[in-house]
Every structure is written in C-alpha cells, then in structure tokens.
Design a protein around this ligand. Structure first.
Ligand code: PA5
Length: 473
C-alpha cells in the first residue's frame, strides 16, 4: 500500500433492493451465498491444482484469476526485478522510452481491460497531448478487435507519419491473444507487423525491440514469437480466461506502459479478495451485490441490468463490465442483458425509457466520491439570461451530486430498483478493487445460478462458420 493511500474500501448501498425481501428469505440467500463462496475460494481452487477431480459441468475452470494479484505481488516482493512483475515493468519501461505510439492488438477480453484502464486513469485527451505533456508516456491505439478496412487504413496512415519529428513517429506493437489463433487479431498482426518492419527499415532487431507479445503457453502466436526470436513474451497462465485476465500481463503490461501504478491496482484487488474471503454475508460487498441482484431479478423478472456510470472516464470500464457479464452468464437461456449508460449524458437519451418503460431493469449506479481535478465553479455573469443566477458559487461536482440524487428520487418514485457502488476516487487502488469485485461477483452469480461463468461456447460457432466461408474450395 502506498504510504499516502487510505485503505478505503469501495462502498455498496443495496438496502433498497432488500426492502421487500422477507427476513427468512434473506437468511436463505445468505446461507446459499456463503456456500457458493466456499465453492469458489476452496473447492474450485483445489480442482484447479488437481487435488480433486473437476466435473464435466465445471469445464473449463478458469478460476486462477482469483489468486493472481497475491501471487504476482508476493513474487515481486521476494524477487524484485527478476520476478514476473519485475520483468514486465522493465519491459514496459524500455518500450515507453523507445516509442511514442503503441498499437494494442487484441479482441474481447484481450483488449477491453487495457482500454478501460487507459480511459479511466490517464488524461481524458491523452493521445492529443504532446510527448512532454504526456510525461513521455506513449499514445495508445487499439486495433485487431475488428476487420474494419477503413479504420485499419486510417491507423496505418497515422503511424506512417504525421509530419511530426521522426522520433515522434517511432511506434510499437503489443499483441494480446490467449489462444493466439483469433482471426481478427492474427490478420491485424500480419498487417501491422509488416508496417512496423517498414518503419524500422527492415532491421529485425529494431522490430523486436518494439514488439511485445502476451499469449497462452501454446498456440500460433507463441509459435510466431518463437520463430521471430522475440524476447519480450509474457504468458497468460493456464486457468486464466480472457475476460478474467486483467491482472495478468494482459492488463498489467499495457498499464505499466501507460505508467499506471500496477502495484496499487494489484493491492486494490488483494484488498477485495481478503474482504470477499472474510466478511460475513450482510457485510460482504461481493456477496451482498450478487444477493441483491439475484433477489431483484428473480422476484421481478428484471432481466436488463443497467450500469449507470456517472463519469465520462468510466464508459470503457462499463463496456468491460458488459462483456464480463454477457460472455460469462449469458448461457443456457439465462443471464441479464447488461447495458452501460453514461450520465448525465444519457439521461437525455435513455432515462425516459428507464424510468417509465417496461419494468424489466435493475439500475446499478457507479458513483465517484471525489474528482481528480479542482472543482469548476459557476461564476457571476453579466448575462443572467441563462437562468443560472441561483447556481453561482456551486461547482460541477455539486451539480453532478444533485443530478444523481434527483435521478435516484425519480427512479424510486416510479419503483425502479437501484443499487449504488461508490468509488472513493478514480485511482488505481479503487479500480483494482472494483475490477476484482466484479470478476468475483460474476463467478459467484454464475455458481448460484448453475451457469459455468467460464468459457464462451456460443462464440465458437461464428468462428468456425467464418473460417469455413473463407476457406477456398
Ligand atoms: O473473454 C474471453 O475469453 C474472450 O472475450 C476472449 O478474450 C476473446 O475471444 C479473445 O480471445 P484470444 O485472447 O484467444 O484472442
């Protein structure tokens, strides 16, 4: 823990969700959640270690994400620069010094976490700033998550030179794919690697200096990196699935390149793990969050889960959360449909329906308790026609707080259930907690519903079909 870091835990307010829940029902739910917790923290991990057999319905079992933060921090404390995390930090630093732009190639769980980190923790206009204003931290772009010709062409042109000084045009690639065989990412790697070779004057050592590979123990991407002699390869461990891989090199390498405090991220995740293991149901953020959503969803058939993020910086985090829920729980005709909205922006596009449309939604508010920058105040003006006279002296955070309270009241007035998650601030420690909390809640909810939260068997069909359609007769 950083010496100035307060060990504040994320707050959860789910009282309203339980107002209609009879005490015996609540007790039954607490008992069931406590049983599931034991399954997740004891049984699943024993299966993963091969101490007891893994039944067919639990395959694949990607539960190793749970212990990653503790494992990485322990290794770093004991072995410093030679540990897995130490090696990753040095590799990130070397890339940061060499290039001004990094293209992260990956799709789904292989890029959504890094994107969420960039948007939440870096300057909102990071890529627009000069290198000096960015403190030497490279710009970051995302590709390989689509086969969009125009978007790819535009990025390749941008990388080829923008009229800036030559050193500003140095760029590199971080390619992330656990299987190493995902078509979108593989196609992008071929194209961007060729462009990088050109940018490096066909000097293979310079190409290797600017390439970072994050992949599973086997697969085509590992084979390519070995054939190229790439020294900076980081392994996604067995038992860690794509959308649960944020605290492996998948999230930590891009975070370190962006100079995000990865130790604080991991410390936050460790704090959430300990809380999950130790706190009783009724005082446990993970179990209470799942319990309230489970109760609301089952009693009211509320199968749309709206995540209201009250900060622009958290939109990508919301999309990461959408993916986590959709791919983990959307199976066997179950799983609420996740939807992220950014407020107050979307109060003017979606709130009408959310307040008075079909009764099929639960709202989760993600609220920030402290802004990073000094409050912007409404000053007196000679033009009072804007009707803001009563707001003079108030700041944007006051207006935001009023909008949150006002929306809450309006939704409660129409009996639209709401749960609040409160982040003390948008910092690495709080986000580390939140990412881990949501990975844990997703697994607990899956187990409670009898749905395996790991794997995404449905997605395999489109991949097979695409390959068949593309294959020459
Ligand atoms: O969560 C998941 O497992 C998926 O979203 C994967 O991350 C995604 O399909 C990309 O897979 P890969 O990393 O093998 O390219």
């Amino acid at each position: 823990m950083h010496p100035n870091q307060s060990p504040t835990l994320i707050e959860l307010d789910c009282e309203e969700a339980f107002t209609q829940c009879p005490p015996q029902e609540q007790q039954r739910l607490h008992d069931a959640l406590a049983r599931v917790r034991a399954e997740v923290v004891v049984e699943d991990l024993r299966m993963l270690r091969g101490e007891i057999p893994t039944p067919a319905e639990k395959q694949p079992l990607d539960a190793a994400f749970l212990e990653l933060p503790e494992r990485l921090l322990l290794g770093y404390r004991n072995h410093g620069a030679t540990s897995e995390l130490g090696r990753l930090l040095q590799s990130a630093e070397r890339l940061r010094e060499r290039v001004d732009r990094v293209v992260l190639l990956g799709i789904g769980g292989s890029y959504m976490g890094p994107r969420a980190l960039l948007d939440a923790l870096c300057h909102p206009y990071h890529n627009e700033l000069s290198r000096a204003a960015r403190g030497g931290i490279p710009r970051m772009y995302f590709a390989g998550n689509n086969v969009d010709n125009d978007a790819t062409d535009a990025l390749l042109r941008l990388l080829a030179g923008t009229g800036e000084s030559p050193s500003d045009c140095d760029w590199g690639i971080v390619v992330v794919s656990k299987s190493g065989g995902t078509i979108e990412t593989a196609c992008a790697l071929r194209v961007f690697l060729e462009a990088l070779r050109e940018n490096c004057g066909q000097d293979s050592q310079r190409v290797l200096d600017r390439l970072r590979v994050v992949t599973g123990p086997q697969g085509p991407l590992r084979a390519i990196s070995e054939a190229m002699g790439c020294p900076d390869v980081f392994e996604i461990p067995t038992g860690v699935g794509g959308r649960f891989s944020l605290f492996s090199a998948v999230g930590l390498l891009p975070a370190a390149i962006l100079n995000i405090d990865v130790v604080q991220l991991l410390e936050g995740a460790v704090a959430m793990n300990s809380h999950f293991r130790d706190a009783d149901p009724g005082e446990n953020r993970v179990l209470d969050y799942v319990g309230s959503l489970y109760w609301l969803e089952n009693t009211g058939s509320l199968d749309i889960r709206v995540l209201n993020v009250w900060s622009d910086a958290l939109e990508s985090l919301g999309l990461w959360h959408d993916q986590l829920l959709a791919e983990s729980l959307g199976k066997r005709e179950q799983g609420a449909t996740p939807l992220t909205v950014v407020n107050t922006r979307d109060l003017h596009s979606r709130a009408q329906q959310h307040q008075q449309g079909r009764r099929d939604k639960i709202h989760v508010n993600l609220v920030i308790q402290q802004t990073r920058t000094a409050p912007i105040r409404i000053e007196p003006s000679e033009f009072e026609q804007d009707g803001l006279a009563d707001l003079v002296g108030q700041a944007f955070p006051d207006i935001m707080a009023a909008a949150i309270a006002g929306t809450r009241q309006a939704y409660a007035g129409d009996r639209r259930p709401t749960i609040d998650v409160k982040l003390p601030a948008i910092d690495a420690y709080s986000l580390g907690q939140l990412f881990q909390m949501w990975m844990l809640t997703t697994v607990v909810e899956g187990r409670l519903r009898g749905v395996n939260p790991f794997g995404q068997p449905g997605v395999e069909a489109y991949k097979r079909n695409m390959v068949r359609i593309l294959s020459r007769p």
